[in-house]
Write a protein that binds this ligand. Structure first.
Ligand SMILES: *Cc1c(COP(=O)(O)O)cnc(C)c1O
Length: 379
């Protein structure tokens, strides 16, 4: 059996958790939280990072930070995880869904401007599979219409757009450390504040609406309720686990890229024959090998392929029912058709990709895919 995902443990997780416990400070914003935040701030030159209990929480912090209220419009890609949109719906926003491009599932930046109205407040972009969106174009549009840009970089750790780290380009960026991502802490996430205007408010929202963080730095002699907020910080136990992962970032990324490249080169002949599509990585983006996917020709073929692999003990999966078609938002959507989002919803297949996947297993998977397509060449 080859699982779809297998969380990788670096070996130091329990040792660091033990250290955190021994320090007798296991609530949030302690030593390991600082270590993790510093890791990102130093490595990528970020102004401020705040660990959160999930990427979903970090997105909810974004909605609070930019002051989303009833009637505001937020432009969000339809082909994404629920949280990208839900965080803003919770604050009363109306979601205006954008379509994906034809090269890859990222938002088609060329279509964004048509969706802007006087009520538009923010653009949320998703760097799908860790591949950068066309950020120069997106930031230019945002400047022209004075909109906030939030990068949902849940999948894009250690990936770059023209040399700039993903998550550092918009006003705010968010990361996920869910166990399906490259670097994990079970559940976990992070908010990146790139616009200094949000620094103080972000800490207050993070600390349940109090100025506790400033108090512990000795910047104020008492702390209390100063704004709305929630409990967004993870415990030190989570941060300790995460730090053990971060120390191995380089190693993890290299291994994932190796697997990714092996898939890519093995499946390239099938793409050349027009049997399936492979990921397209634009020149301006790096590849952090978060995901390996292929795009089948139609939904029926995808179902057959996943079934075919399953019979051989290989767990391939699909994901993202485009959100404009979702049971919750379908009735609220403005009715525009989003053909590319639907295409990825119908045709995208994710192959197993995790640190411990061996070259032999990777070859076994691509051999099975080739076997599947052997009988389908004439179609
Ligand atoms: C994983 C993911 C999320 C949610 O992350 P959590 O940490 O599980 O809350 C949000 N957006 C995208 C694009 C994701 O891939």
């Amino acid at each position: 059996m080859i699982d779809f995902n297998r969380p990788y443990l670096t070996g130091k997780e329990l040792e660091y958790i033990h250290q955190a416990v021994k320090l007798r400070k296991i609530s949030g914003n302690g030593e390991f939280t600082r270590k993790c935040q510093n890791f990102f701030e130093k490595r990528y030159g970020l102004i401020k990072c705040l660990l959160t209990t999930s990427c979903t929480d970090a997105l909810e912090m974004c909605a609070l930070l930019i002051g989303i209220k009833e009637g505001d419009e937020v432009i969000v890609p339809s082909y994404t995880f629920v949280s990208t949109a839900n965080a803003f719906v919770l604050r009363g926003a109306r979601i205006v869904f954008a379509d994906s491009g034809s090269e890859n599932p990222n938002v088609d930046a060329g279509q964004i401007e048509n969706l802007i109205t006087s009520r538009t407040k923010a653009l949320v972009v998703v760097h799908y599979a860790g591949v950068a969106c066309d950020m120069d174009k997106i930031m230019k549009i945002a400047e022209k219409y004075k909109l906030y840009v939030i990068e949902d970089n849940a999948q894009g750790i250690d990936s770059f757009y023209n040399g700039k780290p993903l998550g550092s380009i918009g006003h705010l960026g968010v990361f996920s450390f869910h166990e399906t991502k490259n670097i994990i802490s079970g559940e976990g996430g992070m908010l990146v504040i790139n616009d200094k205007r949000f620094l103080e408010k972000a800490e207050i929202i993070w600390e349940k609406g109090t100025n506790r963080a400033a108090f512990f730095r000795g910047e104020t002699d008492k702390y209390g309720w100063v704004d709305i907020g929630s409990s967004f910080l993870p415990s030190e136990i989570i941060a300790a686990f995460l730090y053990a992962q971060l120390e191995n970032l380089q190693l993890i990324q290299e291994k994932r890229r190796e697997i990714w490249n092996r898939y890519y080169h093995s499946l390239l002949p099938l793409e050349k024959s027009g049997l399936l599509g492979l990921p397209v990585i634009p020149e301006y983006s790096t590849n952090n090998a978060h995901m390996f996917y292929l795009v089948s020709r139609n939904a029926e073929e995808r179902t057959s392929l996943i079934g075919f692999l399953r019979k051989r003990g290989i767990y391939a999966v699909f994901h993202y029912l485009s959100l404009h078609q979702s049971p919750y938002y379908r009735k609220l959507h403005d009715g525009r058709s989003l053909p590319m989002a639907d295409r990825y919803s119908d045709c995208l297949v994710r192959l197993p990709l995790f640190f411990e996947l061996t070259g032999k297993e990777t070859d076994q998977i691509t051999a099975a895919i080739k076997e599947f397509y052997k009988n389908r060449i004439k179609k």
